[in-house]
Design a protein around this ligand. Structure first.
Ligand code: SAH
Ligand code: SF4
Ligand code: F3S
Length: 435
């Protein structure tokens, strides 16, 4: 690599889950603290960070095509850093395959970007996929300006080793950030404009403090902070759904009535093959408990169709589960074999055409469920947190307590909590009227 002038502008592109988005925001703040400014819309940046996701197929291919697209007519390219979970999984390979990439940095090492940029400027390429014990969070600059709804990563990593999943490999073992650091960062977020905080973790409900108290302790502490109106958390694992957390849904009004609790399949044999370590029945019992604690709770989940060996009848069990639970929203995916995971080499890989058909059927059931949930909300009054302007003059977009997108027109500003009556429902959003 030839030496290049120090970058003056940057762009960070995030492709993954909310934690990946959070990391992207933190990298942007880190670059800003180095005096590098965001590239204006439509203009090329001197430094591009591709913050990648490795969860499903084509992620890596997508990275290579994005790298290719950054090449200029004259064959040169901006400084390119590949970050995120593909970087963690395939660091050396990216370096070998993509000579225009000068930095590869994993999700636990990105606080070291400034040093890597200095190297790149002098013409030295670098890979850093360490999972250092000294945490990146201590090394990152303080939060400055955020929107009304902000993310806060409280837990990282996963010890569950579901047989299809790369996260335990790309994000490492489960760790919880210290309580006092989180209270500190939450205060900064509120000062920076947040009215809602979503606590994030690959298994957020596995968060524990030094004296082994669970997420409800953090939720209670945040609920006591003036200026903060709403608390959410995601993603949860059924096995970490403790009594204390369920009770927080009953006792803490600022904790929003929404629970994203992935189940993946409605069939016990498939769940076992996935190493999910819960059953359909134990999952349903948790939902009963959370509904008892908070009767209006909106439920959400993740589903995988076509896990190796899944039969038609086993897939039908998943559809039945969806119809039985009545989800407010859901994510569903075709099983994607990931290199290095046990499921990738299991017998009975399901043909793509069968997966396509199953996904369609499941999504039809999920859409029906979501539409029914939204229609049942019509006539309710609720608070909406205004997040941005809508497409039309005087129109605003925000979220209901149940995480539905609500649009309305009238007098409001970003960050307001306004009272609306929900008057009309579609599958993906609702119309509200200010009251
Ligand atoms: N920790 C969370 C999920 C994180 S990954 C949990 O266990 O619930 C987000 C979702 O991606 C998973 O819930 C799963 O539905 C999906 N997913 C993960 N690996 C996958 C794979 N190999 N193929 C298809 N979907 C996958
Ligand atoms: Fe992946 Fe399972 Fe861990 Fe979720 S719990 S991140 S699906 S291994
Ligand atoms: Fe993707 Fe990594 Fe998140 S693989 S889903 S960015 S934890």
């Amino acid at each position: 690599m030839r030496p290049t002038p120090p970058p003056r502008t940057y762009r960070v592109k995030s492709f993954g889950c909310q934690m990946n988005v959070y990391d992207g925001e933190r990298m942007a703040e880190l670059l800003a603290a180095e005096g590098i400014t965001p590239a204006p819309d439509g203009e090329e940046a001197d430094l591009v960070v591709l913050n990648t996701c490795h969860i499903r197929e084509k992620a890596a291919e997508k990275v290579y095509s994005d790298i290719g697209r950054l090449r200029r007519e004259d064959g040169t390219a901006p400084l390119i850093a590949v970050a995120g979970c593909v970087a963690q999984a395939e660091g050396e390979e990216i370096m070998a395959r993509a000579p225009s990439v000068s930095m590869v940095v994993g999700p636990q090492a990105y606080h070291r970007l400034p040093g890597m940029i200095a190297d790149a400027v002098e013409g030295r390429r670098s890979v850093d996929t360490d999972m250092p014990a000294e945490t990146k969070f201590d090394a990152l600059p303080a939060r400055r300006k955020v929107g009304p709804s902000a993310f806060l990563t409280v837990q990282e990593g996963c010890d569950k080793f579901c047989t299809y999943c790369v996260v335990p490999y790309t994000r490492g073992a489960e760790i919880s950030r210290p309580f006092s650091d989180l209270v500190e960062e939450a205060k900064k977020l509120i000062d920076a404009g947040a009215r809602e905080i979503t606590l994030l973790g690959q298994n957020v409900n596995a968060w524990r403090d030094d004296s082994n108290r669970g997420l409800e302790k953090l939720i209670e502490a945040l609920a006591a902070m003036p200026g903060l109106a709403r608390i959410r958390y995601t993603t949860s694992h059924p096995n970490d759904m403790t009594q204390g957390l369920l009770e927080a849904h009953r006792d803490v009004p600022k904790l929003m009535p929404f629970l994203h609790l992935p189940v993946q399949s409605g069939n016990d044999r498939v769940l076992k093959a996935m190493n999910r370590s819960h059953t359909v029945d134990s999952y349903l019992r948790i939902l009963d408990q959370v509904r008892a604690a908070r009767p209006d709770i909106a439920l959400s989940g993740d589903f995988i169709v076509g896990f190796p060996g899944e039969t038609d009848a086993e897939f039908e069990d998943t559809v039945k589960l969806v119809e039985q639970v009545g989800y407010a929203q859901c994510f569903s995916f075709k099983y994607s074999p990931r290199p290095g995971t046990p499921a990738a080499t299991m017998d009975g890989q399901v043909p793509m055409a069968v997966m396509d058909e199953r996904l369609q059927r499941l999504q039809a059931a999920l859409n029906a469920s979501q539409t029914a949930f939204n229609q049942a909300s019509v006539g309710k009054r609720c608070q909406v947190l205004v997040e941005r302007r809508g497409r039309y003059d005087g129109q605003w977009l925000g979220k209901s307590p149940w995480l539905q997108s609500v649009h309305f027109t009238g007098d409001a500003a970003i960050g307001d909590l306004v009272e609306v009556e929900l008057v009309e429902a579609g599958p993906n959003s609702l119309a509200g009227r200010l009251v």
